[in-house]
Design a protein around this ligand. Sequence first.
Ligand SMILES: NC(=O)c1ccc[n+]([C@@H]2O[C@H](COP(=O)([O-])OP(=O)(O)OC[C@H]3O[C@@H](n4cnc5c(N)ncnc54)[C@H](O)[C@@H]3O)[C@@H](O)[C@H]2O)c1
Length: 415
Amino acid sequence: MTEVTLAVVGGGLRGLTYARRAHATGAGRVVAVAEPDPGRRAAFAAEFGIAPERVHEDWKDLAAAGRLADAAVIATQDRLHTDPAVTLADLGYHILLEKPMATEEHEAAAIAAAAVRNGIMLAVCHVLRYTPYTRVVKKLLDEGRIGRLVSVQHLEPVGWWHQAHSFVRGHWRREDTSAPMLLAKACHDVDWLVHLFGRPPARVSSFGSLSHFRAEERPATAADRCLDCPLEPSCPYSAPRLYLGCLGDPESEFWPLGAVTPGRTEADVLEALRTGPYGRCVYACDNDVVDHQEVVMEFDDGGTCSFTMSAFTPMEHRRTRLFGTHGYIEGDGGTLRVVDFRTGAEEVMTVDEAGGPSAADGHGGGDEGLTDAFLAAVASGDATLLRSDAEQSLMTHRVVWAAERARLSGTVVTL
Ligand SMILES: NC(=O)c1ccc[n+]([C@@H]2O[C@H](COP(=O)([O-])OP(=O)(O)OC[C@H]3O[C@@H](n4cnc5c(N)ncnc54)[C@H](O)[C@@H]3O)[C@@H](O)[C@H]2O)c1
């Protein structure tokens, strides 16, 4: 297969993940990067052997150099997707764009329009669509194994420490600097559920709030930082317990520890917890995104879906129950139990290749599946290797925005 050349915008955790996969398989080679953080930039350039003249501080410098590669990976933070995506699409790059596409609906629409206008392939990183597990679930549905899909019950178990890490102390804690949590986190689930149903819902409603990680919940004797707190040993959200516990495990050192500090010693971690955002008490942060949310969707044939996103779980794979007219499927991200109402027979299927659920272990094989599919699509010019295009992703993002409008207005929103 032809080796696809890549320009990476944002040499952070996600940029690294895709670049490493491309190099590991030999399907892609990074030839340019834009990354403002000097330490990250130097490490990224060294790891992938990028020529010094192709190592840029900002995506605008990279764009100013014209089209440097077949495709671009855009892995900047949520609010910095639109300008690079539109500009690089206009330069003719195929694009692998991190989710959410954008934080505003009109921006996501501009990105989709740029992809169509330029005839490029643009894949949004909805990695769940690319897991081996999803392939099996979708195939069972498409084969009619459970008849017509009538309703779905879906749980996204965010995980107590993952919530604290990303959505209380971390990058995605505030709507004004990132996005509502449904967009920042669960746009994956909404996209996946729409993928299973094969069409967008007709109506949505939603409830949810920030119930626990707020000042009113703070114990009287808690300190502002875990390292000064007398309650730290008994607190479920202890930062020292979480981050010191990552040391020595390469996967946990990459994520979540990689967001906290580039250092890998106890002294590095303690310094980051003493001075940085990840050492703060979870009840004394400036977070405002929800810690639990429900979305209910109704489809044009009366089919329904209820989706729960909750912080108050272990961090594990999503769990889903699919109720069909002729059968039932229950799945936990690795194993599927399929019951056929015609025979009463029950089959248990295990998807062997399914990895763990977190970013450290590739989102159940989704990170690898997406990277491989994108590179294969660019190499062959065959867009059908992608499980969604820019316009489909825009459509599923629109469902998220509709659900957020429903939650905030206490209404049922018709799409
Ligand atoms: N698909 C998934 O499952 C998944 C998982 C986690 C995160 N994400 C998304 O991926 C994106 C990146 O997340 P991350 O965890 O890698 O974040 P990160 O902060 O580790 O990486 C973002 C990088 O962008 C760089 N950057 C900032 N300004 C820039 C500029 N002007 N030009 C070029 N680079 C610039 C930052 O310095 C940083 O290194 C976010 O949108 C996030 O929501 C997706």
